[in-house]
Design a binder for this molecule. Structure first.
Ligand code: ARG
Length: 410
């Protein structure tokens, strides 16, 4: 090992890891941090990294690329893992892996180190992405092999080595956050039968304490991409930041659930994703207005497949690229606006409109203006139900031949 590019967040695990790598291998260490909009964590990063043994520090602002290329792809795809998790951590990994590989190649590193444990999903996401981008680089994951048996032991090592840590024995959460959402684990949260304490939530108000006044916002989309809110255009990062602030105030986007990890474990997860929650709901409603029924139904399967692929670390694969080509084709007419009401943890869609709307009031109405020909349904249903009528007739015929009577439903 000559030179290591280390995925560095400034949190407990990666801080301890840099020191540990330096002690063990005594080689050159370059820390690599991608700014995806994580709250607070990046302050004093450079000094902290150097104090623990890094010779060079990369701190790259990836926020715009993250939202435009990653979060908005997941949004267009309708990617919600197990129906709910907006995949904030999962979509960040392939982008961070790309940054790590870029830096490693530029700096002549032969190894990349990451701070993922052996029982999470992120190790798979990092390593699959790195393998697909730079198969010749070695990857090491000290947390899988080092001597520390618990986070308490890491905290002790950090204190002994003067590594500043924000994690304390009273609040030993592992937090991963970015603009698309925050995931909080560990500590008391490992007790799945207990409600999460309030301090496990980083940005959202408890819906019970959220403002008493409902707020209506209107989001305009262009080909599946959110462009403006209440008529004001925002760049991608600003738009998501704005919705995170507004959504947090109304207690939106909290999730407390058991989740199936790729390595087979079930884990208890706490999520906060105000902007992603609002945007997914608005986008889904607009799709229902403008996408034809069969494409819409088919896309639901693709959404589920894409969510699983993102979760399982398969962003940089040919299949993912192909499925995203399908998704992008479905988004051509996803242009229009959706009004939503935010109130005490809930997002209600109140209205929608688009110049590509397939809603026809003349067809839908029950008034005199109705243009739908009710008589057409008669023939349609006869043919539509023909296979089942035929089946039922056959059953009756066989029962008669055997001298048995049959009751309905047999
Ligand atoms: N379970 C989530 C995922 O695999 C989030 C993991 C976040 N990590 C953390 N240390 N909180 O995408």
């Amino acid at each position: 090992m000559k030179k290591i590019a280390v995925a560095y967040s400034g949190g407990l695990d990666t801080s301890v890891m840099v020191k540990w790598l330096k002690n063990k291998y005594d080689c050159e260490i370059i820390t690599v941090t991608g700014n995806l909009g994580q709250v607070g964590e990046l302050e004093g990063l450079e000094e902290k990294a150097k104090a623990t043994g890094a010779s060079k520090v990369y701190n790259v602002d990836l926020r715009e690329e993250f939202i435009k290329e990653y979060a908005y792809s997941a949004l267009k795809a309708g990617a919600l893992y197990e129906g709910k998790y907006a995949l904030a951590t999962a979509i960040g990994r392939p982008l961070l892996a790309k940054l790590l590989v870029d830096v490693a190649l530029k700096e002549g590193c032969d190894t990349i180190a990451h701070g993922c444990t052996g029982k999470g999903n992120d190790q798979v996401r990092f390593e699959l992405s790195i393998a697909a981008l730079a198969p010749h680089l070695d990857v090491i994951a000290p947390l899988r092999t080092w001597e520390f048996k618990s986070r308490e032991e890491e905290i002790t090592f950090a204190i002994e080595n003067n590594i500043p840590v924000t994690v304390t024995r009273d609040r030993p959460y592992s937090i991963d956050g970015n603009l698309w959402g925050i995931a909080t684990e560990c500590g008391i949260l490992e007790e799945e039968t207990l409600a999460a304490p309030e301090d496990a939530f980083q940005i959202t108000k408890n819906p019970i304490d959220a403002v008493d006044l409902p707020q209506v916002i209107e989001i305009e989309f262009e080909s599946g991409i959110p462009k403006s809110i209440n008529g004001v255009e925002y760049d991608p990062v600003e738009l998501v930041e704005y919705l995170n602030i507004v959504g947090s105030k109304h207690g939106i986007g909290r999730l407390d659930q058991i989740e199936n990890r790729l390595v087979g474990i079930k884990s208890r997860e706490i999520y906060e994703a105000p902007a992603a929650t609002v945007l997914h709901q608005a986008h889904y409603e607009l799709e229902k207005l403008v996408i034809d029924r069969e494409t819409f139904r088919y896309k639901q399967n693709i959404s589920n497949k894409i969510a699983n692929m993102i979760y399982d670390g398969q962003w940089i694969t040919p299949l993912f690229k192909s499925l995203m080509a399908f998704v992008n084709e479905t988004q051509v007419n996803v242009t229009g606006s959706v009004k939503l009401q935010l109130y005490k943890g809930n997002v209600w869609v109140t209205s929608r409109s688009s110049r590509y709307s397939l809603y026809s009031k003349e067809l839908a109405t029950y008034t005199i203006e109705d243009t739908f020909n009710h008589k057409d349904s008669e023939g349609f249903i006869k043919i539509y139900s023909l296979p089942y009528r035929t089946l039922a007739m056959k059953k009756m015929e066989l029962a008669n031949a055997l001298g048995r009577t049959i009751s309905t439903g047999t």
